[in-house]
Design a protein around this ligand. Sequence first.
Ligand code: GLN
Length: 249
Amino acid sequence: MNLNIAWLYPKQMSTYGDRGNIITLVKRCRWRNIDVNIDEIDLGDKIDSKKYDLYFFGGGQDRSQIKVSEDLQKIKRGDLVRAADEDAVFLSICGGYQLLGHYYQPSHGNKLEGVGILDVVTRASNTRMIGNLVIKANKDFIRNKFNPLTLVGFENHSGKTYLGKKASPLGLVEKGFGNNGEDKTEGAVQRNVFGCYLHGPLLPKNPHFADLLIKTALSKRFGDVELKNLKDSEELLAHDAAIQRSRSV
Ligand code: GLN
């Protein structure tokens, strides 16, 4: 069994250590003797949408998002839409999340067109939403055991994201701002496309979410795979510590 991962724009979109999500996916596969191939997809690169099981798209500042948005519209949008339609898994964080939606309107300049595989829109605000973020995951998308039900991380964005009818929230905010600091939603899920504002990086402290993504991505080619359990005591201690820390401020 093997997993093929496309890492979108690692040079432009990997703020706050989001590359740690790639490291976690690789480790959690290799610890299970699952081969992993990572292709770094840069500005100007074409994508073979048949090749990849999972796409990772990290966060980035407005100026990076301008270049990336142009590249998405010129070169990659069609293949990414095809990949999502064929149930590839996407994990997108913050700026990457915003650009998988319909658009991101920065506080200055033109609207940045997105890929549109998440039915969300984002508009910059005067509020900088920064801090620890704890959510309770939305049961609708949890196909298998998902324990704990919480997801933890930190957020740093001015963009406010609003979900359309085709997208479900990844979860509901227990601590922090989430999508917009107004409707208590955080993140978005549509088919196998996941987006959220959880930096950290997200996956090391949320091993149960990492495994959900791996299992879902593998199932496209290998059917309903059962992943061998890993000893996640340290990861879950970090998860709980993050929750405690969020409650102490
Ligand atoms: N530039 C976007 C915002 O501020 C995304 C920032 C990020 O990716 N951390 O909302």
